[in-house]
Design a protein around this ligand. Structure first.
Ligand SMILES: *Cc1c(COP(=O)(O)O)cnc(C)c1O
Length: 283
């Protein structure tokens, strides 16, 4: 498969930066079927799935991760099973229609059942229903997925001080922060309301992937703009204006929130002039 790696890094020229320099790492350009960090997180999981011939995973009806797992199944000849949160709605939305088009088998879990998706009792019953498979958690964030995100850091040759990303499950932040060299730090922006749990999740993901956690990261909790997949007029205005200035249409679920947050922190002078920031555009 043709993937574009390393993904390009470009500097953002913007008159609002006041002496701070911002670079975008364009993981959205890696491959059209695998929005950036989803490829980073799936690569090791695809290798692990080969011996089972199948991957089973979880996600919401609009999940980029579901889309990426389905695409991986079609490309690498793996059976894929998607357990989707909520009820079936017909006609299928674009994400789920794409997933079935790739051959993914969809099954729906009511919200209560979905909440037990990581519990051992629930997981133990899945093979009798679905046969043999490699399990990939929601968002692709397991130890293999988190380790895949260290490559983002290894690819960046430009000097920088801070590395930013949007956080859904926190797997990307966990992997990137682990790989940073001394003196640099990672900053995540929660796209979920009440994202404080991410502090525990990122630490646990680092322990699972690397054996210990690092202390070089933090998470901004105040830029969720209403919650997951929600938006406010302020967010839409920021993203529309960004598109006019830079010719880049930002994903509204993740990247618009990260950059709106980053620009707000810059406006509040939270970074010293001369600070170099790399923001990862993951999709
Ligand atoms: C999934 C996704 C993220 C979040 O990554 P996590 O590792 O789950 O925190 C960020 N940006 C985009 C575009 C994504 O698809």
């Amino acid at each position: 498969m043709q993937v574009r790696l390393p993904s390009p890094v470009t500097e953002l020229g913007d008159d609002r930066l006041g002496g701070v320099r911002v670079f975008l790492k364009r993981d959205d350009l890696i491959h059209p079927d695998f929005p950036g960090n989803k490829w980073r997180k799936l690569k090791g999981n695809i290798d692990a799935a080969r011996e089972h011939g199948a991957m089973l995973t979880f996600g919401g009806a609009y999940s980029n991760h579901i889309r990426a797992v389905a695409a991986a199944g079609a490309r690498f000849g793996l059976r894929t099973i998607g357990l989707i949160r909520g009820e079936e709605h017909l006609p299928l939305n674009e994400t789920l229609a794409y997933a079935t088009g790739c051959g993914m088998e969809l099954h729906y879990l009511d919200r209560t059942t979905y909440r037990s998706r990581n519990e051992p009792d629930f997981l133990a019953r899945l093979p009798e229903r679905f046969g043999e498979f490699h399990l990939v958690p929601e968002g692709g964030s397991n130890a293999l997925g988190v380790r895949g995100c260290t490559a983002i850091v290894e690819e960046i040759e430009e000097p920088y001080d801070v590395l930013c990303c949007a956080c859904g499950t926190g797997g990307t932040l966990a992997g990137m922060a682990y790989a940073l060299s001394a003196g640099r730090r990672a900053l995540g922006f929660s796209v979920l309301k009440g994202g404080r749990f991410l502090y525990d999740d990122v630490a646990s993901l680092q322990r699972a992937a690397f054996g210990h956690r690092t202390d070089n990261w933090s998470i901004e909790l105040g830029y969720h703009f209403g919650g997951y997949a929600k938006r406010t007029n302020a967010l839409t205005d920021f993203a529309d204006d960004f598109e006019v200035r830079h010719g880049l249409r930002l994903d509204r679920v993740y990247e618009a929130k990260m950059l709106a947050g980053l620009f707000d922190l810059i406006r509040q002078r939270r970074f010293a002039p001369g600070t170099r920031i790399v923001a990862v555009i993951a999709g």
